[in-house]
Write a protein that binds this ligand. Structure first.
Ligand code: EPU
Length: 441
């Protein structure tokens, strides 16, 4: 039986905070955990299969708990066995996701395509806004409609129905004004694998998570090609059989730990990761004067003797610099020499961490989608509020170099996407303590 907590106003999420003592240099080696953003759509894809889908190593994260809860509500049977997760269909009649679960995690939209393809209909509440601005799902809807589904909005939900004979292969373009869509591409691809005939997704996202799901679907019997390019070609099949799958390492967690090493002028090696997926981070670090080293499954930064220089950087779709490392980079940039600039091209509003960094003394000026950085700032500890997952990581990083003890509140955001971050940082020599906070939600 799956035991996942259902948070209500009577049973709010635990309000923990981190106390971070500044001034310690990180040194050592730490493993990356399994990828959150690959796990979530891979779990949702289990709705497509016959047989037991075994995923491993599934990271122990709040977002994973939420997806487990959602899938179990949709009639899936889930069982944890160490770091493996087995998922199989128990009741295929369920097609409605509840708002109480979907509102907690936007990745819940990933069940739309698999439900529609396998069960012929899906009701998924619109996830709503998020702290870093608009996050529409119009491209998901465009893709499902292209495959012949009707998609209407009713009572805050997307209600999607496949034609009576099933989805039909089609050609479509999934480009947004901000580039391609990662979960949109995965969602439509996951529906098209069971559609009749051929589908072509133009402007497909090329992120490693899309590639991972495409490979997984192929291993389960899907016929598709072009993953990792802007054009995905899919020949529909009638049935997919689950197969065990090993999840990749979390590239954003790995990048965060490396940047934490750099901000403390330390030496940190992240093992069990895929350095090829961190090329844009390595290239950006090289421009600052730091040369990361890497092997087949590890990457290291040694910032002990290096004077880091601020640069101009912008986020972009893969292989560009990830938006999910933008906040952490801003923390680092407060400690680099000279002036720098960061432009956020994926989520122009994703700067909730800026005022919190300013409370620690950072010299940052935001104008629209761009932040100007005046580097080499002495940060001083203060209580700060985490507003989202990556912003929380950025504030913890800033705390590592601020004078005094910084309290980062609302670390439940951090627990959505980082496995025991405090333990990993402690292993590297940081003094970071998790405490139960007095704040009431
Ligand atoms: N967009 C649209 N219409 C859509 C979908 C997206 O206009 O229908 C726009 C978005 O507003 C945004 C851009 O397209 O400007 C890219 O959004 P995308 O759809 O690629 O984001 P996502 O798939 O919802 C995933 C990750 C995010 C990560 C983004 C971008 C997961 C679970 N989430 O979201 O990760 O920031 O891709 O790389 O995979 C995180 O882990 O902290 C996180 C937020």
């Amino acid at each position: 039986m799956l035991e996942t907590e259902l948070y209500t106003w009577q049973n709010p999420p635990r309000m923990d905070c981190f106390e971070v003592e500044g001034g310690r240099c990180l040194e050592g080696s730490v493993n990356a955990s399994g990828s959150k953003n690959a796990s979530l759509p891979l779990m949702a894809a289990s709705l497509l299969f016959e047989g037991v889908a075994r995923l491993t190593p599934v990271p122990n994260l709040r977002d994973i708990d939420t997806m487990q809860l959602l899938l179990s509500e949709l009639g899936m049977h889930l069982e944890r066995d160490g770091d493996a997760l087995d998922i199989t269909t128990a009741d295929a009649s369920q097609t409605e996701a509840s708002y109480d679960i979907v509102r907690r995690m936007r990745a819940s939209i990933s069940v739309l395509g698999p439900l529609l393809a396998r069960r012929g209909r899906a009701t998924v509440p619109l996830p709503g806004g998020c702290v870093f601005g608009l996050r529409p799902v119009d491209l998901h809807v465009r893709g499902m409609r292209a495959l012949g589904a009707t998609v209407e909005q009713e009572n805050g939900c997307l209600v999607a129905k496949a034609p009576s004979g099933g989805l039909l292969g089609a050609s479509m373009d999934l480009c947004s004004p901000f580039g391609s869509t990662v979960l949109g591409t995965i969602n439509v691809m996951s529906a098209a694998v069971l559609a009749k005939g051929e589908s072509v997704i133009h402007s497909a996202a090329q992120e490693p998570e899309v590639v991972e799901v495409a490979r997984y679907l192929r291993a389960c019997g899907a016929v598709l090609e072009g993953e990792g390019t802007a054009s995905l070609r899919i020949q529909g099949v009638t049935c997919l059989k689950a197969t065990p799958w090993e999840l990749p390492a979390d590239r954003i967690e790995a990048g965060t730990l490396l940047l934490a090493g750099a901000i403390t002028r330390g030496r940190v090696r992240v093992t069990r990761c895929r350095p090829t997926e961190l090329r844009s981070l390595a290239a950006a670090l090289e421009r600052t004067g730091l040369t990361p080293t890497m092997g087949e499954d590890w990457m290291e930064v040694d910032a002990r003797q290096v004077e880091l220089q601020n640069i101009q950087l912008e986020t972009g779709p893969y292989p560009g610099f990830p938006t999910d490392l933008q906040a952490q980079w801003l923390a680092l940039s407060t400690q680099m020499k000279g002036e720098g600039r960061m432009r956020e091209r994926i989520y122009p509003e994703r700067f909730m961490h800026v005022p919190e960094l300013q409370r620690l003394g950072a010299n940052l000026t935001r104008s629209g989608d761009t932040v100007q950085i005046q580097g080499d700032t002495a940060l001083t500890a203060a209580p700060v509020l985490a507003s989202d997952l990556r912003a929380s990581a950025c504030l913890v990083m800033a705390g590592l170099v601020a004078k005094g003890t910084t309290t980062v509140r609302r670390v439940y955001h951090l627990d959505r996407g980082y496995v025991a971050l405090e333990s990993k940082l402690q292993k590297l020599g940081a003094k970071v303590l998790r405490r139960r906070d007095v704040e009431k939600p």
